[in-house]
Structures are given as C-alpha cells and as structure tokens.
Design a protein around this ligand. Structure first.
Ligand SMILES: *[C@@H]1O[C@H](CO)[C@@H](O)[C@H](O)[C@H]1NC(C)=O
Ligand SMILES: *[C@@H]1O[C@H](CO)[C@@H](O)[C@H](O)[C@H]1NC(C)=O
Ligand SMILES: *[C@@H]1O[C@H](CO)[C@@H](O)[C@H](O)[C@H]1NC(C)=O
Ligand SMILES: *[C@@H]1O[C@H](CO)[C@@H](O)[C@H](O)[C@H]1NC(C)=O
Length: 308
C-alpha cells in the first residue's frame, strides 16, 4: 500500500509543479512588462524605533532613503522619542522618488541654552556615490514635495496649529538639512563639512531660532509662493550655518530649492561658501528642543531629489 501511495503522490506532484512553474514564468513576464506580479505582497507595515540612534533603510525600487531617530543630544534619562516608519512591502512607492512615510512622537525637558537640541529625527537620501557629491555648478534642480503636520499628543495631527503649540511651550522646527564643502569627501560628512544649509518649513516656540537671527536677514528668496529669509552664523562645532527660514509655516511645500542652495554660494561674505563647493548630504527632519507634553511630527508624503 505504501508503494502505491508514493506513485499517487508522484503523479499528483508533477502537475502541481508544472502549474507553479507556469505561474512563476507568467509572473516574471508580468513584472518585466510593467504589470502587477500575481504574487506581489501589497501589504504595508509600520515599525516603531525608539533607539537613541538607529539606521532604518526600507527596500525601495526607487530612491533609497535611510531614517534615524538620531537622539544625539539626549542623555538617555528624561524624556524620549519613538519613530514610526511605514514601509510598502512591494518596495514600490507612489513615485520613484517617494520616501516611506514616518512619524515621530517625543518629549524632552528644557536643556541648557548652549545645547538646547536633544534630537534630529530625520530621513536622508542615500545618494553616496550616485547623487553625491554634486558640484554646485552642475546642479539643475533640487525638487522637494513634502506634506507634514505637527501637533500636541501622540497622534498625527490633521493640521498644524502653531499658536497652540507655542502656547504649550513646545520648541521645535521642521527642516531640510544639507551639507556643503569644497572637498568632495568632507561634503558627505555632517561633522567634517564646512557649511550647513537648512531650509526651515516650520518654526515652533520662542526658543527655536536660526543661528544669526540677531544679525537680521541677509537675503530673501521666494520659492513657489513661499518667502524664505536667510540667516548666517557659526555653530558650536565651528561649521558655518546658512538657514533659509520660511516667513510663514508651510505644511505642504512643493518646489525647487536649488535657488536657495546656489544662492548661498554667491553671497560673497567673509566665510560664506563659494561656487567651488559640493553638496554631499540632504535630509529632512525636526530639531527637537523641548516640550512639557508629548508632541507628534508626521510626514505623510515626501519626495526629494538632486538633479544634475
Ligand atoms: C504597492 O503597495 C502599495 C501599498 O499597498 C500600493 O498602493 C501600490 O499600488 C503597490 N504598487 C504596485 C506597483 O502594485
Ligand atoms: C506609532 O506606532 C505605535 C505602535 O504601533 C502606535 O501605538 C502609535 O500610535 C503610532 N504613532 C503614530 C503617530 O501613529
Ligand atoms: C483628525 O480628523 C479625524 C476625522 O475628522 C478625527 O477622527 C481625528 O480625531 C483627528 N485627529 C486628531 C489628532 O485630531
Ligand atoms: C507649486 O506648488 C503647487 C501647489 O503645491 C504645485 O502643484 C506646483 O507643482 C508647484 N510648482 C512648482 C514649479 O514646483
């Protein structure tokens, strides 16, 4: 009887195998011709990361990004931060430049005036060796499309209410962060590069001030309807920081920020960058200073690119 069962199994197994092979071949054909594969996992998963610093690089068929809770100024005692990262398990986001969605919930006590920032939870483009380093003169555009909210509590807010947050003594911002240096390698290091360029899309709380605010704005640029004022100064690590701060909060920003990056290379001020620099890094996040109650920063849509 055992012998007979084996034969039966074999006879049944061949048709199953053949069917599977046909389906897999068909699936490969569908993928190759841009159709949805039959066995694609279109589920979405959200994972939570509360580590002090941790690189999260969801697989993508398009632009590759790395996220990081980056609690660089936190002593690990009071307060804390968790970052939720939502990844598409088919590795295919709405456009080739679209990033995974993320949100950050945090709370820290007020720190010393010399070091008020506890964290910069962020997402960066993994462009080393491909997009970066990019010689300033070769950059054609830096398209950014972002939609974010900030709110009190542990849920993603539907809209950002800056006055309520400031009244609740929340201090933070929403910023695009870039680094420049005349040396190609240093430009790709957030600590070794000579210049940092930030583009602030939101400024929350009286303590959240760009470096050089007291000296007044050095320049003004309008990008797709948003007015940005430029401030210039030096940070505690000796880097020269150029901050383009939006005159009003812009929760949904779509525009080319290349004029802001190129604009700082023609200022001609002592210690301002020249046109001989390289852009080596680009990210977006929130500088978390302090807040008495938990707040949530949510980025429901983001795409960034550097086109040369
Ligand atoms: C991938 O998954 C996402 C999320 O479910 C879905 O919106 C998208 O259409 C899928 N992409 C493709 C190419 O099937
Ligand atoms: C982040 O994920 C945790 C765990 O699933 C969840 O409790 C929390 O509500 C999420 N936060 C946001 C802002 O969606
Ligand atoms: C956002 O709006 C939805 C629908 O109106 C509501 O259910 C939800 O509570 C709101 N979220 C917050 C954080 O206010
Ligand atoms: C300007 O902003 C609008 C609204 O967000 C957007 O639809 C449009 O594409 C943007 N234009 C450019 C040139 O980026």
């Amino acid at each position: 009887m055992g012998f007979r069962s084996l034969i039966s199994f074999g006879m049944v197994a061949i048709p199953i195998g053949a069917t599977l092979a046909v389906l897999l071949g068909l699936d490969a054909h569908r993928s190759a011709t841009g159709q949805t594969p039959l066995f694609q996992d279109n589920s979405v998963s959200t994972d939570t990361y509360c580590q002090k610093a941790y690189g999260i690089t969801p697989a993508s068929t398009g632009q590759q990004y790395t996220l990081n809770p980056n609690q660089w100024g936190w002593d690990g005692k009071e307060g804390g931060l968790c970052m939720n990262v939502t990844q598409f398990n088919n590795n295919t986001y709405p456009t080739p430049m679209t990033a995974p969605q993320f949100s950050v919930t945090w709370q820290y006590p007020q720190g010393p005036e010399t070091q008020p920032v506890h964290a910069f939870p962020n997402i960066k483009i993994d462009g080393e060796g491909s997009l970066f380093p990019a010689a300033i003169g070769t950059i054609k555009s830096i398209p950014v499309d972002v939609e974010w909210t900030y709110g009190l509590g542990t849920e993603a807010a539907n809209t950002t209410d800056i006055p309520s947050m400031a009244a609740a003594n929340v201090n933070t911002n929403v910023a695009i962060d870039m680094f420049l240096d005349p040396d190609m390698n240093s430009a790709q290091s957030t600590t070794q590069s000579k210049y940092e360029i930030m583009v602030w899309l939101g400024t929350i709380g009286a303590a959240t001030q760009p470096i050089g605010l007291a000296q007044g704005a050095l320049a003004t640029e309008i990008v797709n309807g948003t007015t940005f004022n430029l401030y210039f100064g030096q940070n505690g690590q000796g880097q020269y920081v150029l901050t383009w701060s939006a005159a009003t909060t812009v929760e949904n920003f779509v525009g080319d920020i290349a004029p802001l990056v190129k604009g700082v290379t023609t200022l001609g001020l002592p210690n301002s960058p020249g046109a001989d620099n390289y852009l080596g890094y680009m990210g977006l996040g929130s500088e978390a200073l302090w807040t008495p109650q938990e707040v949530t920063f949510d980025v429901s849509y983001l795409s960034m690119d550097v086109k040369t």
